[in-house]
Design a protein around this ligand. Structure first.
Ligand SMILES: Cc1cc2nc3c(=O)[nH]c(=O)nc-3n(C[C@H](O)[C@H](O)[C@H](O)COP(=O)(O)OP(=O)(O)OC[C@H]3O[C@@H](n4cnc5c(N)ncnc54)[C@H](O)[C@@H]3O)c2cc1C
Length: 436
């Protein structure tokens, strides 16, 4: 039997190095660059690659990947502990080579790309010489595959893609897209779609506009509304078989969702740390905020929610490593995904309240994190859908009760117990407790 909550001392040293490196080197970079994904930004080019070299020298580059792809094959549990540290930063994931959506796109290419596609796209993606976009959601139908209208049809040796995609993150920085399109409209829902890789400069592919989101004050947003008009790609640019798009998507989404959750632990913890600091530094009516009982309740609730969430994330990561099959951990991943926005909303929200007007101002990142809790309720699928999935899994195979009243009905349980202990009950009724 093994059951423990301790980090092995060797890996603890790794985490201690990462903690110091992120505090001293990565967090300052966040203060001066706008988009860690904008490879053309001259300041970014000066600051980020040299940090990436230090991470490589420590053997911490893209640790989620197996050694055959240049990573450490650390597995999800070790990655979870590392991601808790990176999660509080914007640049951390890219400095350590494990940023979304590239990490998920890497998994797809590694599993389904031809050797030529791997050489052309996977190698430079792993090294962060390029970045990528994942285009699945559509403007009229969200991420419900049944509603998708973007089509891909084979014409000689080329696929021809037509349609529109919505909210593709980082499209304007990307060298290629991984896009999901309908290849057989008549097939049953999960066999209608296929996945393709499309170079970003392919004629016919254009960005209609880049949407911005709350909490990010850039002039131009980074979530693209894209139009696909007779976009032609070679026949071998399909990833997986025709009709396998849904399965291919699961390869990336399972990992993507849990990685977001790991990073969220870092944001929630930082929000709580800020609350604690404020609680002992600010006074109201002659007492520290932390001496007020309602504030103490805010602190206690936040710690409980953080620790519950963190254990769920770590256990899910452990189960992914244990089974090496996302299908076996669907419910766990959905649970983590559904819990994530709420815990960040609650804890960052309380931290805003405790910091008063400073909390609401743009001089602290708390308002941004509060907005990000809303992003998390949507990115990689709305919370409601994950809850539906959990309930469906839990209800699967549960048999209805045969009788009018349930088998756990207390009168029935009592009658059964009275039958089981009939002799003892009769003896006690005849002699009372005198035998004792
Ligand atoms: C920050 C961010 C980054 C993103 N990046 C990408 C990306 O890179 N690539 C990409 O393809 N997409 C991306 N998305 C899009 C994301 O996948 C969608 O927002 C999400 O799937 C929901 O689709 P929708 O926004 O169209 O909402 P809709 O599908 O319109 O849903 C709106 C709401 O309706 C309710 N609802 C919908 N369906 C059901 C149901 N079956 N039962 C109960 N209630 C339901 C839910 O409350 C849901 O939030 C991103 C989104 C965000 C916020």
């Amino acid at each position: 039997m093994s059951w423990g909550f301790e980090t092995d001392p060797g890996y603890r040293k790794v985490l201690d190095w990462a903690e110091e490196f992120v505090t001293e080197e990565v967090e300052p970079v966040d203060q001066v660059i706008t988009h860690a994904y904008d490879l053309a930004d001259p300041l970014r080019r000066k600051l980020i690659p040299r940090l990436q070299d230090q991470v490589r020298a420590q053997g911490l580059w893209a640790t989620h990947l197996g050694p055959e792809l240049g990573g450490q094959g650390y597995g999800q549990l070790q990655l979870a502990l590392l991601n808790e540290i990176l999660g509080r930063t914007h640049s951390g994931p890219i400095v350590f080579g494990c940023q979304a959506p590239d990490s998920g796109n890497t998994e797809i290419l590694a599993h389904y790309g031809t050797p030529e596609l791997k050489e052309r796209y996977l190698e430079p993606l792993i090294q962060n010489e390029i970045v990528s976009c994942y285009a699945m959601t559509e403007p009229q139908g969200g991420s419900n595959p049944v509603e998708f209208r973007t089509t891909a049809r084979l014409d000689g040796d080329e696929w021809v893609i037509n349609g529109e995609k919505w909210f593709g993150s980082n499209a304007r920085f990307a060298s290629f897209y991984i896009v999901m399109a309908v290849t057989d409209p008549e097939a049953e829902p999960h066999r209608r779609l296929s996945m393709f890789i499309v170079p970003a400069d392919t004629p016919g592919l254009s960005i209609v506009r880049n949407s911005g989101v709350w909490g990010h004050d850039y002039e131009e947003g980074t979530h693209a509304y894209t139009r696909w008009e007779d976009v032609r790609i070679p026949r071998d640019h399909i990833l997986g078989g025709v009709g396998q798009g849904f399965e291919v998507a699961q390869t990336r989404l399972g990992g993507g969702r849990i990685h977001h959750a790991m990073r969220t632990v870092g944001l929630v913890r930082r929000s709580l740390d800020m609350m604690l600091s404020r609680a002992v530094s600010r006074t109201a009516r002659g007492r520290r905020l932390g001496d007020q009982q309602l504030v103490q309740e805010m602190i206690a609730d936040s710690w409980i929610e953080l620790e519950q969430f963190r254990l769920l994330v770590l256990r899910t990561a452990w189960r992914i490593d244990r089974y090496n099959d996302y299908k076996k951990v669907i419910t766990d991943i959905a649970a983590v995904k559904a819990a994530m926005p709420k815990v960040l909303q609650n804890v960052a929200g309380r931290a805003v309240q405790l910091h008063g007007s400073l909390g609401i101002s743009k001089e602290l990142p708390l308002g941004k994190w509060l907005s990000e809790s809303a992003h998390m309720g949507l990115v990689d699928g709305a919370t409601e859908l994950h809850k539906l999935s959990i309930a469906r899994q839990l209800l699967k195979g549960v048999e209805p009760e045969p009788g009018l009243f349930p088998s756990y009905h207390v009168p029935a349980l009592r009658a059964k117990a009275e039958q089981k202990f009939a002799r003892e009950l009769a003896e006690v009724a005849a002699h009372g407790t005198s035998e004792e």
